[in-house]
Each structure stands twice: as C-alpha cells, then as structure tokens.
Design a protein around this ligand. Structure first.
Ligand SMILES: Cc1cc2nc3c(=O)[nH]c(=O)nc-3n(C[C@H](O)[C@H](O)[C@H](O)COP(=O)(O)OP(=O)(O)OC[C@H]3O[C@@H](n4cnc5c(N)ncnc54)[C@H](O)[C@@H]3O)c2cc1C
Length: 420
C-alpha cells in the first residue's frame, strides 16, 4: 500500500526528529514523524540542556514546561582528586548571556513535551513504524516501512533521517561514516545518592586517568547521573559486575547509593561524508556522533534540526532553491568537525590525562578559569558556537531575540570567536 504523507517524512522520534517536526509544523509544513519504538526511548541518555538549546526551547514556545521539570544549574565543579584540588565556575560569569544557566532534565522528558506540541501543531506521529529502506525520484521519496500491519510505502517530498547513530536512512544512502571509535566506552548510570551533602554542586567534571567522569544532578527528587569510562575490550554485558569497584573510587567514601538505571555505550567521533542525497537529509546522531564530554552531541544535533527545518521549510514553500540544502550539509559538517568533535575530544583527553606535567598544566588552566571571567567567557562560548551560520537572511534564527535587545543569528562571526 502506498500512502502520501505530506511534504516531509521524518524518521526517528528522538529529540532531533521531534524538534525538527515541531519547528517545521510551526511554519505550516505538513509533517509525518515515524518511530520504530512503541514510545519515546527512555534509557539514560543526555541530561544537560545547554544554554543555546534553551534558546531553541524558548523560540519554540516550550521552555516554561521544560523548566517546570528541570533542575536549574548555574555552577560547574572541576575536581582533580589526585591533586586534592577542586574549583567552582559560575555560569552567569562564564556565559555572560541573559541565558546564564543549564537545565538538567532527562532527554526523554523534554522530547516528550516537544512531541505533544508537535502533535498539537498538526504533526502525524506514528510509533511502531520502522524504516527499512527508501527510493527517490526528482520530485518525491518513497520510504519502505514495517508496521504491526506489515510492510507499507510512505511517499513524501522530502525525508529527514533523524534515526540515531545506527541510522537506517544513512546506511541506505551512498555515504561513508568517517572517523574513529575510542578504545574505551562510557557507562551512564542514574543513581540516588546524597552528593549534595558531600559538597557537590549540580554539575561536576572529575579529572582522573582511571576514575574520571561526570557527576550531575538530574531531578528534584535527588536522582544523579554518574558517568565513568571503562576499557571497551571488556565485555559490555558484564559491566554491572565491575560497577561497585568503580563507584568505590568515584563516589564519596561510605556514601550509600541505589542504582535506578545504567547502560554502557560505545564512544565514537564520526560523521557522514554528506548530509544530503537528493531529497534525503540527515540530522543529529544519524549525521554525526561524538563522545558526550561537554554535551556537544545533542546540542549540535538540536541546531542541525533548527537550521534544517528553517531551510527545508523555505524550500518547501518555494522561497529558496534546493541548493541551500547543500549549504546545510557543508555548514553542519564544518560545525561538527571544527567545534563539536574537536572540543569533545579535548574535553575527553583532559578528563583522563595521566602525564603529571600535563595534569599540572590543566590545573593551572582551571585556576585561571576560576579567577578570570573574561577567559571563562571566551572558553565557555562553545554552546553558542554550535549554532553556526543560519544560512538565510530571513531565517527564524536570525531574528531570535533572547535579551529583548540582541539579535544572535546574524552575528555568526562574533559567536564563532566567542564574543558578544
Ligand atoms: C547511554 C547514552 C548516554 C548518553 N549520554 C549523553 C550525555 O550525557 N550527554 C550528551 O550530550 N549526549 C549523551 N548521549 C548522546 C545523546 O543521547 C544523543 O546525542 C541524542 O540522543 C541524539 O538524538 P537523536 O534524536 O539524533 O537520536 P536518538 O535519540 O538516537 O533518536 C533516534 C530515534 O530513531 C528511532 N529509530 C532508529 N531507527 C529507526 C528506524 N529504522 N525507523 C524509525 N525509527 C528509528 C530510535 O528508536 C530513536 O527513537 C548519550 C547517548 C547514550 C546512548
């Protein structure tokens, strides 16, 4: 059975697919969103909403609902237990923006809010619908999908692959997924543990060659995310057997804890060779994957979604030529390799460095960050640098006004140098 499903078919109801769908629907584009799972995936994944993503939620009109669920975070703790040193950085000084905080909230929760708004904006949402392949002509794409009722064909003008790191859309395209896989993996755990009583603020980076990681408050009821690394050569399925030894070193001595959820995941720095093949486009983890140090992956993915929905909406309405879609591919790949991946690699190396002289140099750097607001402002402009070039003079993102006074999108070159 062949069904016409409108202008844009989006594959994957993760955050990138959902927010692309919402942004397109808000500008009058008819969108269908398909998801292989029966619901939004709720395993422990991204938990930190960076300031530039807060701008997105504000513009899409969903920020108050997300803030109601989230823990606001205005400090970052840098801990170097091997040197018995800790530093606290203050976001209002660091970001120097009107949006001077992060929000801590599980990605399934903010994606769920986005999904409800997408439905209300007219998006046709179909769970239990998995793409298995596609074909395309000059004026449409036909997606092959599996549903509980069997195989179906969905026809649309455009197709967005937002189906995550193992993207079936990307695999069916004539592109390569270039880069490398790290020799260690991350284990993301959600646990109840009273870190606050041991002096931890809501966001913490632990630098240690063996027991480095991240500790972050996730919810108002005291759920915390603890992420650590282990050798990827160890069997992933037995990671829970090794967890107590890790926690003995990472958690405060004698701290009681209860594990809520935990999952291991492979770390990669990879991107597709192109994000466009005719009428098929990639965004988010389907387009590129990075280790999560610094929260670059999803923040970059959300901005893929915003820039793509803006340019594709303009193409669908006949306001722009299709050529702009090639510019989308080039610019988002540039942002990924030059900013997202490069910073995430540096953050990961910093977290696990073992050379004493290099660690000492890192300590000096932390000291400077903690005492020099201008330096920390320049260093921590990176969530805004992931916005990149908004590609159109009339882009929705060129006129967004986070302050009631400033215009951000047109100031790409300023953002790129971390200035305001
Ligand atoms: C365990 C774990 C912990 C993480 N922690 C962090 C973190 O702390 N910080 C951070 O920045 N990032 C983190 N990440 C990465 C972050 O979660 C991803 O960058 C983010 O989920 C990407 O969003 P997305 O919408 O592009 O893809 P996804 O969230 O992967 O969504 C893709 C969706 O597509 C669906 N799908 C897949 N194939 C098909 C198909 N054939 N047909 C239809 N639907 C399909 C999937 O079911 C899924 O719902 C973590 C990831 C993992 C796995």
């Amino acid at each position: 059975m062949m069904e016409d499903v409108g202008e844009v078919l989006i594959v994957g109801a993760g955050p990138v697919g959902v927010f692309s769908a919402l942004a397109l629907a808000q500008t009058g584009v008819k969108v269908t969103l398909i998801e292989a799972g029966a619901q939004i995936m709720d395993s422990p994944r991204n938990a930190v909403v960076m300031p530039s993503t807060i701008l997105v939620f504000q513009e899409l009109g969903i920020l108050p609902e997300i803030e109601a669920l989230a823990v606001p975070c205005t400090t970052l703790g840098l801990h170097v237990p091997g040197f018995r040193e800790s530093f606290t950085l203050h976001y209002p000084e660091m970001f120097g923006w009107p949006i001077d905080r992060q929000l801590h909230v599980g990605q399934h929760l903010f994606t769920g809010i986005g999904l409800e708004h997408a439905r209300r904006a007219g998006v046709d949402v179909r769970f239990g619908t998995a793409l298995t392949g596609f074909s395309q002509t000059d004026d449409h794409v036909v997606a092959e999908v599996e549903t509980a009722n069997g195989r179906e064909q969905l026809r649309a003008k455009w197709l967005i692959g937002a189906d995550g790191g193992r993207s079936a859309v990307r695999n069916a395209m004539n592109v390569t997924f270039d880069g490398f896989t790290w020799s260690n993996r991350f284990v993301a755990t959600n646990i109840y543990c009273d870190f606050a009583s041991y002096g931890y603020g809501p966001a913490n980076f632990i630098c240690d060659p063996v027991y480095g990681g991240v500790i972050a408050l996730l919810s108002k009821d005291g759920l915390w995310r603890v992420t650590y690394q282990e050798d990827a050569a160890l069997p992933a399925e037995t990671f829970l057997e090794r967890l107590p030894e890790r926690f003995d070193h990472i958690l405060p001595k004698a701290a009681a804890y209860t594990i809520d959820t935990a999952s291991p995941y492979a770390l990669n720095q990879r991107a597709a060779s192109s994000l466009r093949e005719g009428r098929v486009l990639l965004a988010g983890d389907a387009a590129h994957v990075t280790n999560p140090n610094g929260g670059m992956g999803l923040t970059g993915g959300i901005w893929d979604a915003m820039i793509l929905s803006d340019v594709l909406g303009a193409v669908a309405r006949g306001e722009e030529s299709e050529v702009i879609l090639d510019a989308y591919s080039r610019e988002r790949l540039r942002i990924f390799w030059e900013i997202a991946s490069a910073s995430a690699v540096e953050n990961k190396k910093m977290q696990e460095r073992s050379d004493p002289a290099e660690r000492q140099a890192d300590l000096e750097g932390f000291r400077a960050l903690a005492t020099d607001p201008e330096l920390s402002k320049a260093t921590f402009a990176y969530p805004f640098r992931l916005i990149g070039d908004t590609l159109r003079e009339t882009s929705r993102w060129r006129t967004i006004d986070p302050t009631g006074g400033a215009i951000i999108g047109s100031s790409h070159s300023q953002l790129s140098t971390g200035q305001r």
